[in-house]
Write a protein that binds this ligand. Structure first.
Ligand SMILES: [Zn+2]
Length: 290
């Protein structure tokens, strides 16, 4: 069954201590790169879109192309809406055919975060769609969500347990110090111990609610492996893919300014992005796991 929600693939990843890449796309060439690389690497995979490109192209259009591409793929593939901070748009994406929905109400106080997250979880679960919630805030810029580094709040482990229980979410994104965009420092301060504590409290007696790491771009390979070994089983990668897409397009156009064949740009972009995705699948340990 290639088209799945995120629950089963991530419970398996949590149990077997690897992570599944969640790769951000804004167009269908990128989506094609994700699907084809997953098939080639025999890897489970999550395709994710931010809210702005989802609204721009239309959630039903993304979902239809996803279905057309993923339907015959021999690996589990999930379509995820990332950092959606509007309950109504979460529901629209669920109705349109997304199979995993992230409600990000982390900027609200704890009780309101629970209330909104619970509402989305209850709605999505009637359609067998899994739900990701966030506790604490991830700094940086992710689409329409902007959080200053000094205002980012890390996730409290005890509240994380309460949050999971009261919302019924399937996946938890605990803020542990990773950031969106390009890291401004070479050695971002990550709270590994906090991640280990949260993983122990939530999944210590067997995989229950897989943990999500946001802000993959720019972390060293060693850091990524450590985050996975401590219990991160969904790993979001966005900025690196955006940079590769635009840099590759720019370089191609500069080198071939007399050509007017968009199909050739698509081809070099597809190859370049596939390379990045394949590298991440190997690093996260998901290759060969489908
Ligand atoms: Zn994120």
């Amino acid at each position: 069954m290639p088209i799945v929600n995120a629950t089963e693939m991530l419970l398996k990843a949590t149990a077997e201590n690897y992570a599944v890449g969640a790769f951000n796309v804004t167009n269908f060439i990128q989506m094609k790169a994700v699907v084809e690389t997953a098939v080639e690497k025999k890897s489970p995979v999550i395709i994710q879109t931010s809210v702005t490109p989802s609204k721009f192209r239309g959630p039903a259009v993304f979902a239809a192309v996803f279905r057309a591409m993923a339907n015959n793929a021999p690996v589990p593939i999930c379509l995820h809406i990332d950092h959606c901070n509007e309950v109504d748009y979460c529901k629209r994406c669920a109705d349109a055919g997304y199979t995993n929905v992230m409600i990000d109400a982390s900027h609200h106080d704890f009780e309101e975060n629970i209330r909104q997250t619970r509402e989305v979880a209850d709605y999505c679960h009637t359609m067998n769609i899994s739900v990701e919630g966030e506790l604490g805030t991830v700094s940086g810029v992710e689409d329409q969500v902007v959080v200053a580094a000094d205002e980012a709040q890390l996730c409290d482990p005890d509240l994380a347990v309460e949050f999971v229980d009261k919302t019924g979410i399937d996946l938890l994104a605990p803020a542990i110090g990773t950031a969106h965009g390009v890291y401004k420092t070479k050695n971002p301060v990550l709270d590994f111990e906090r991640l280990a504590t949260i993983a122990g409290k939530i999944n210590g007696r067997g995989p229950k609610t897989p943990l999500v790491i946001h802000g993959g771009t720019g972390l060293t390979e060693e850091t990524v492996k450590k985050l996975v070994s401590l219990g991160g089983s969904k790993f979001n990668v966005s900025t690196e893919l955006k940079h590769r897409l635009l840099d590759t397009t720019h370089d191609y156009l500069v080198a071939n300014r007399d050509q007017y064949d968009p199909g050739k740009v698509d081809k070099v972009v597809l190859e370049a992005i596939s390379g990045v995705i394949g590298k991440w699948m190997d690093l996260l340990g998901s290759s060969g796991r489908a």
